[in-house]
Design a protein around this ligand. Structure first.
Ligand code: GLU
Length: 306
């Protein structure tokens, strides 16, 4: 697959969208919103609505949550083709993408544990020199491992040192020779639509393979969207900034570029986005309390279709 200078072509295929939950908790009203928006978008343009199970985090994914996802979506009146794509069945696809990036010289093994990383940042940070942070507020990965000599990398790997794989962001952007953008048809992060300039550098050296898994969220979602020929990505505004990373990976791996529609989120009484750990707004508990699908759709801020 080509590296730089690939022309970004917007995907011309049958409109295809996906709802891609992680089975690590019960779906809540915010998920209902995303699922129904995807479903309605597909219906309006005579396209396909897919469900994808994002379960790369094997320590958190549970079969009962996966079953609950299907039950909740069916109860809301949605239908989708089966079998659905389950990410844990496709590690080979992510390994292949990693090997492409490695061949391009854009990956390096990252040995620091989360706590080593936090210590490193704490030591280096001063009030007037804050450590750079990504759009989610996490510190950028320190550059130490990026500048390790390759003999030392090999030695550590051979000695069995646990390691993930990170993208050398500077090298990736230097090799690109172009700026990246995407077309936003939704609410953007603050309501902006149209051509959005991507800013992958804001994320630093993003994690592409975790220590225990040959993938990360960013890698798996980008590879899957291409394999499933997703033309339109309808998802919450909380993933707006992550789109910059996905655009970069698409470019590096020569993948098609979907259109994006980031939708606004449903917030709780304290102005925070709903969380799976707060059972109160789960679709399952609302159903048990006697609410109808139309009630839940209304709680999700949408009117029921005639
Ligand atoms: N699996 C992600 C989530 O549950 C959604 C991924 C996406 O839509 O890109 O938040």
């Amino acid at each position: 697959m080509p590296h730089a200078n690939t022309t970004a072509i917007e995907n011309p295929r049958t409109p295809t969208v996906r709802f891609a939950p992680s089975p690590n908790g019960l779906l809540h009203v915010g998920h209902a919103r995303s699922a129904v928006l995807n479903w309605r978008f597909a219906r309006e343009c005579d396209g396909a609505f897919l469900v994808r199970i994002e379960d790369i985090d094997l320590t958190r994914a549970r079969p009962e949550y996966e079953r609950a996802i299907f039950e909740d979506l069916g109860w809301l009146g949605l239908e989708w083709p089966t079998p659905v794509r389950r990410q844990s069945d496709h590690f080979a696809d992510y390994r292949e993408a990693l090997s492409e990036l490695r061949k391009l010289g854009l990956l390096y093994p990252a040995f620091m544990s989360r706590s080593e990383m936090q210590d490193r940042v704490r030591m280096a940070e001063t009030p007037d020199r804050p450590w750079p942070r990504d759009p989610d507020g996490a510190p950028h990965y320190p550059g130490d491992d990026r500048s390790l000599a390759s003999a030392e990398r090999d030695r550590r790997i051979a000695s069995g040192a646990p390691h993930g794989w990170r993208l050398d962001m500077k090298a990736a952007l230097n090799g690109l020779g172009m700026t990246l953008s995407w077309t936003e048809h939704g609410a953007g992060s603050n309501g902006e639509t149209g051509v959005i300039a991507a800013d992958p550098a804001a994320w630093g050296d993003v994690l592409l393979a975790r220590r225990d898994i040959p993938a990360s969220y960013h890698l798996a979602v980008t590879v899957d969207d291409a394999i499933q020929q997703i033309t339109d990505i309808v998802r919450g505004q909380d993933l707006f900034a992550a789109t910059s990373v996905h655009r970069l990976l698409q470019q590096l791996l020569g993948l098609p570029v979907p259109r994006y529609r980031h939708h606004s989120l449903i917030l709780d009484a304290n102005g925070r986005k709903l969380s799976k750990s707060d059972g109160a707004t789960s679709i399952a508990s609302l159903r048990k309390q006697g609410h109808t699908p139309a009630d839940v759709i209304a709680m999700a801020g949408m009117t029921t279709e005639a």
